[in-house]
Write a new protein. Structure first.
Length: 287
């Protein structure tokens, strides 16, 4: 499916995700598919309980209303994007993972801390981001339309995939790219506490600057239109990414291990911290 898939539940968080997904579809030249998942199954605490049909109908109607409202939001945000909609009975995370197998990207809105009334709680966002087969954008805040794209670089195959996607996103958005490399999880004061002096910290930082420049060189040649700012510092990776993103970034791109599926590897701690705290959408890219 040459489309971006976005899940909706009628919440403000989902509305923001739809708006962002529509703009992303326009930028990438893709269609947009909006899905509303509703779960009318009995609770685990009351197995065998028969839910009255009028209650099931009401739940489905709520999902239908959310999808129709989301369609209007998408059309307003990106009038030229082709939009299709569907309503599916089932667990939200499983529905998105199943429908998203062939999608170019899955987009989810989240309230971070969740809500007892919401369909897409933090756990759904984490499950989908951790187990999806492709790209997943988690939208807790829509971010700036003019700020940079931020990506973490550590030289691993995981970050290489994220860097490639970050360059592509920056080019699509005509945005600068901030590449963040942290060569140690400890800050400078902690390093000094281990007997590593200021001059040694500076030397290791400069070595890391040169390594980062080499890692980015090939991508910069592929995307000569992208202006790159390199940040190299001793700091905990998630904090460094969040500091770089601030309140002005359009997008933060992070990597994830595994091929997806419910037996796949979970997101790393850095990715989860960034997802929970970023003031802009976070794009999880699987290697």
């Amino acid at each position: 499916m040459n489309a971006i898939l976005v899940g909706v539940d009628g919440s403000d968080a989902a509305t923001g995700a739809v708006r962002w997904a529509a703009k992303a579809a326009a930028a990438e030249g893709l269609d947009l598919k909006i899905v509303g998942a509703y779960d009318a199954s009995t609770s685990d605490y009351a197995p065998g309980l028969i839910i009255p049909q009028d209650v099931v109908d009401a739940i489905r109607q709520d999902a239908s209303d959310a999808v129709h409202a989301a369609n209007d939001v998408a059309k307003a945000a990106a009038p030229n994007v082709s939009v299709t909609t569907s309503i599916v009975d089932g667990d939200a995370a499983r529905v998105l993972l199943e429908l998203g197998k062939d999608a170019a990207m899955i987009v989810i809105g989240t309230r971070r801390l969740g809500s007892v009334k919401g369909l897409f709680l933090g756990s759904v966002s984490i499950n989908v981001a951790a187990h999806a087969h492709g790209r997943v954008a988690v939208v807790a805040a829509e971010g700036s339309d003019t700020g940079p794209v931020v990506v973490g670089v550590d030289g691993s195959p995981i970050s290489d995939v994220a860097v490639a996607e970050a360059f592509r996103q920056a080019s699509l958005r005509n945005a600068p790219l901030v590449a963040v490399h942290t060569w140690t999880p400890l800050d400078a004061d902690a390093l000094h506490g281990y007997g590593i002096g200021h001059d040694e910290v500076e030397r290791m930082t400069q070595d890391a600057v040169e390594v980062l420049a080499e890692r980015l060189a090939g991508y910069a040649q592929d995307y000569p239109d992208v202006r790159v700012e390199r940040r190299v510092l001793p700091e905990e990776p998630a904090k460094a990414l969040l500091d770089a993103a601030g309140t002005d970034a359009q997008l933060v791109v992070v990597g994830s291990r595994g091929r997806g599926g419910f037996r796949g590897l979970m997101l790393g701690s850095t990715s989860q911290k960034v997802m929970h705290n970023a003031e802009c959408p976070v794009l999880v890219v699987r290697n």
